[in-house]
Design a protein around this ligand. Structure first.
Ligand code: 13P
Ligand code: SF4
Length: 360
């Protein structure tokens, strides 16, 4: 990266000292990660944001829903900054609050809303998180989805489980919901239905809604959706003893074929703990896979797809935007603050606190 910009970022950070804390998601570019005080998966970053009461400014190098969650979890005296406001998430955009409210009316109409617990992936707008809080549900990330679902079917849904009727409305990633239910909880695929917000009643009948245990929102990640069964088969043919590790946002058929499945943090830890000489193909975003290959040269680390597969919105945060955000703070200006409406934030916080209170 441009040495002049690197120097400016260093100088601005030094000038700001404890005034600023920079969080970086694992999918960020190397040039940005270099300036992160902490890196992590979505869960770790949410906890880190909540644990930094002393930093008046948190610069969040990640995407919009992560910065919103950080704003909700930090105090009113703190400001969260997203260096480029265009860093969204196509999956989070697949669930609009009006659609989710309509879906809930459909569940009421089918007579199942009372026995349904919303479990909402972190990759969602603050308004969807608030909906989740209002209906007694929880947020989850890819690192605690199993615990969150167990809680929803168990503790939160006790009476319904006993009656055999408890359900989860999983928003907005159908793949994480399905993979967790089937792979981690031992549920059956035919107990899952997909609710399509663009069709009346989600494209489902009342009977289907009544019979389902998992009502999966029709959302997906455009990056992880590209990893294919063919790519896994090709890797197994071409690389002897290869281990396949993928993110749970991948399609179910891909996850079924993988040796390991986990959040970005888990992918890093699993590879870090493996013996030298292990061969991996990794099904997650390319910035992370490239960094892993550099960090662990004693292992053979390759990308699962032949085609390049960055998360274009994560990549929007680059060194020029980071420098701009930091230098503006040095000059006493706050650019791109993320402020969630206080009423929305209150309900969203209920659902986020529920996640933070989950065991483990
Ligand atoms: P992690 O929580 O595993 O870091 O995932 C976040 C994300 O957006 C994956 O696409
Ligand atoms: Fe969203 Fe997918 Fe990018 Fe993650 S990788 S931020 S889910 S678009």
């Amino acid at each position: 990266s441009d040495p002049g910009l690197v120097e400016r970022a260093r100088a601005a950070k030094a000038a700001l000292g404890d005034q600023v804390f920079v969080l970086g998601h694992h999918y960020q570019r190397d040039e940005v990660i270099e300036f992160a005080d902490t890196t992590g998966d979505s869960f770790k970053l949410a906890r880190e944001a909540a644990a930094r009461p002393d930093a008046p400014y948190i610069v969040f190098c990640g995407v919009h829903f992560m910065a919103e969650s950080a704003d909700i979890l930090t105090s009113d005296q703190q400001t969260v900054i997203l260096p480029d406001l265009a860093a969204g998430c196509s999956m989070a955009d697949m669930a609009a609050i009006a659609q989710v409210e309509d879906a809930w009316l459909d569940l009421q109409d089918a007579g199942v809303a009372d026995v349904t617990v919303p479990v909402t992936y972190m990759n969602s707008s603050a308004a969807i998180k608030a909906f989740t809080g209002r209906h007694g549900g929880t947020i989850c990330t890819s690192s605690n989805a199993k615990t969150a679902l167990s809680w929803a079917f168990g503790e939160r849904g006790d009476a319904q489980v006993a009656a055999g009727t408890g359900k989860v409305l999983f928003l907005p990633d159908q793949h994480l919901g399905r993979n967790t239910y089937v792979r981690d909880l031992g549920g059956r695929l035919d107990e899952c239905v997909v609710f399509d917000p663009h069709r009346p009643m989600g494209g489902l009948t009342r009977e289907q809604l009544r019979d389902a245990r998992m009502i999966l929102w029709r959302g997906h990640c455009s990056v992880h959706g590209r990893f294919s069964v063919e790519a896994v088969d090709a890797a197994r043919r071409e690389i002897p003893d290869v281990k396949v590790i993928v993110h749970p946002e991948c399609r179910h058929e891909v996850v079924e074929l993988a040796d390991e499945v986990g959040s970005t943090e888990k992918i890093i830890k699993t590879i870090a703990a493996a013996p030298a000489g292990t061969s991996w193909v990794v099904g997650t975003e390319l910035n992370l896979v490239r960094r892993l290959a550099q960090q662990f040269p004693e292992q053979r680390i390759a990308f699962l797809e032949k085609n390049v597969c960055y998360c274009s919105t994560m990549n929007r945060i680059d060194l020029p935007h980071l420098v701009w955000a930091l230098e503006s703070l040095v000059e006493g200006r706050v650019v791109n603050p993320i402020h969630v409406d206080p009423v929305v934030a209150g309900h969203a916080r209920t659902a986020l606190d529920q996640m933070l209170a989950l065991p483990g």
